[in-house]
Design a protein around this ligand. Structure first.
Ligand SMILES: [Fe+2]
Ligand SMILES: [Fe+2]
Length: 471
């Protein structure tokens, strides 16, 4: 137990250190060696290094099969450090580096010199690794050393693991592409949507083999004022629905894009409003309700929209109209909402209900959100589409915390697609019957008849971070 706690502490320190290195490399590409802008990040890095040394002589940041380790402790990927980890892995790969070792008595100055040598490696040379080694030697850098990637460590033979990793990567890349586009739309720049389009198409392709991994990632409900996370989740949930509806690859891509930007109209809303911790006043609601139309205007300014423009515009315009048109904006003449619009409404509402939005009371746990939505079938939601949605996510959606008859706790990892077994999903056990946290096995409740579900629980009350089981 002590070891595990120690590992966890080291893991989280490692995470912070990787983030810090990311900032350091990025800052160094903008400013030169003498610039003071670098100093505080360098000092911070030295602090992390001394904590990680923990009175040993050295420690290493290793890259093994696309994962980062601090010595033997794997750095878990989370939403806060994904981009930083990805950056470091890519940059190490480009230089053929398998590990970087930091030794005691490293001075801020030596660290700085290392950073500049690292970023200025000529990647086009025949051997960037050798070039960097020589450079470190000529700069008398001895307290940071590098080792080559070991060929066998690079070898991947686990296809399944691969596509799962790929799903995570695509999720976070889509997240950052969506935020880039929205941020630049906010500044009234013309952002190109090409990158986002490519990423959404990859999500569509992955959905065939990795649907439950992608659905699992929608349990990430990080709060950010412009709801980027929410946008990616809604996109994934919608693509999964579109697949059940028999959409083709290209149509699924269009649906994914339309839903990814359904809330783009929020970028012009004042932050104080989006961050308001209490209920909105009627006047504030009025402002909030402008986002679907504002979204239409913003979308018209984006570059490279072409033929899918209309469907994206519809998703933004229609997603709060509701099935019976009792939502907003108010229409002068009633009209039928497009299929894209009706799909977006369902995926949007589900993700919003299960997220801790700042103006949203306590969020619903997944299965309770579904029963709440079922009550509005035929009024707020298209009843047939809602049934399809429940078929996609299951009665107990991926990420639901369950209490079993054995008093063990489990997290749903996959919904059961067979209708008679829809109550018996696949779960991962996360505690034993005494309540001790375990890295338990994954069991299919439709095959294991000794275990059954007593009830779903609110993971927040138990202080359990559900998304960690999907990262
Ligand atoms: Fe919205
Ligand atoms: Fe939304």
């Amino acid at each position: 137990m002590k070891d595990r706690l120690f590992d966890e502490k080291r893991g989280s320190l490692g995470k912070d250190f990787i983030n810090n290195l990311h900032i350091l490399f990025k800052t160094a590409t903008i400013h030169d060696l003498k610039n003071v802008a670098l100093n505080s990040t360098v000092d911070k890095a030295i602090e992390f290094i001394s904590l990680l040394l923990n009175s040993e002589d050295s420690f290493s940041v290793k890259m093994i099969q696309e994962h980062l380790f601090i010595d033997d402790v794997k750095i878990k990927v989370s939403i806060e450090n994904f981009l930083a980890s990805m950056f470091l892995i890519e940059e190490m790969k480009k230089r053929g580096i398998g590990s970087i070792t930091f030794s005691t008595h490293l001075s801020p100055d030596e660290l700085k010199r290392f950073i500049y040598a690292f970023i200025n490696t000529n990647l086009k040379s025949s051997g960037p690794f050798d070039e960097l080694i020589n450079k470190l030697e000529s700069l008398a850098i001895t307290r940071i050393t590098i080792d080559r990637i070991k060929e066998d460590a690079e070898h991947f033979d686990h296809v399944l693991e691969d596509s799962r990793e790929m799903a995570k990567r695509i999720y976070f890349k889509t997240l950052s592409a969506a935020s880039e586009i929205m941020e630049s739309a906010k500044l009234k720049n013309t952002a190109s949507i090409k990158k986002a389009k490519r990423l959404v198409q990859s999500m569509v392709d992955l959905m065939l083999h990795e649907e439950s991994t992608l659905l699992g990632l929608t349990t990430l409900k990080a709060y950010d004022e412009y709801t980027y996370n929410h946008s990616v989740n809604v996109s994934i949930l919608s693509i999964a629905m579109g697949q059940r509806l028999g959409y083709h690859r290209r149509e699924l891509g269009e649906l994914g894009m339309a839903t990814l930007f359904h809330d783009i109209g929020k970028i012009d809303l004042p932050l104080e409003l989006l961050n308001k911790p209490s209920e909105f006043t009627p006047e504030e609601w009025q402002v909030m309700r402008t986002h679907p139309i504002n979204g239409v205007k913003t979308l018209l300014r984006l570059k490279g929209l072409q033929e899918q423009a209309i469907r994206m515009i519809m998703a933004s315009f229609e997603h709060h109209l509701t099935y019976d048109l009792s939502g907003y904006p108010k229409l002068a003449t009633p009209r039928r909402i497009s299929l894209f619009g009706r799909i977006t409404t369902i995926a949007d509402c589900y993700d919003a209900l299960t997220s801790a939005r700042i103006y949203n009371r306590t969020p619903f746990i997944p299965d309770k959100a579904l029963s709440f939505m079922m009550k509005k079938s035929n009024t707020a939601f298209d009843p047939i589409l809602l049934k399809i949605f429940i078929n996609v996510v299951g009665i107990y959606p991926v990420g639901t915390l369950l209490l079993l008859n054995t008093r063990e706790l489990g997290v749903v990892t996959k919904a059961n697609q067979i209708p008679v077994n829809i109550h018996r999903p696949r779960i991962k056990l996360i505690t034993d019957s005494q309540g001790n946290e375990i890295d338990g096995e994954v069991i299919d409740l439709s095959e294991n008849h000794y275990k059954s579900i007593i009830q779903s629980l609110d993971h927040r009350k138990y202080g359990i971070d559900i998304s960690k089981y999907f990262l």
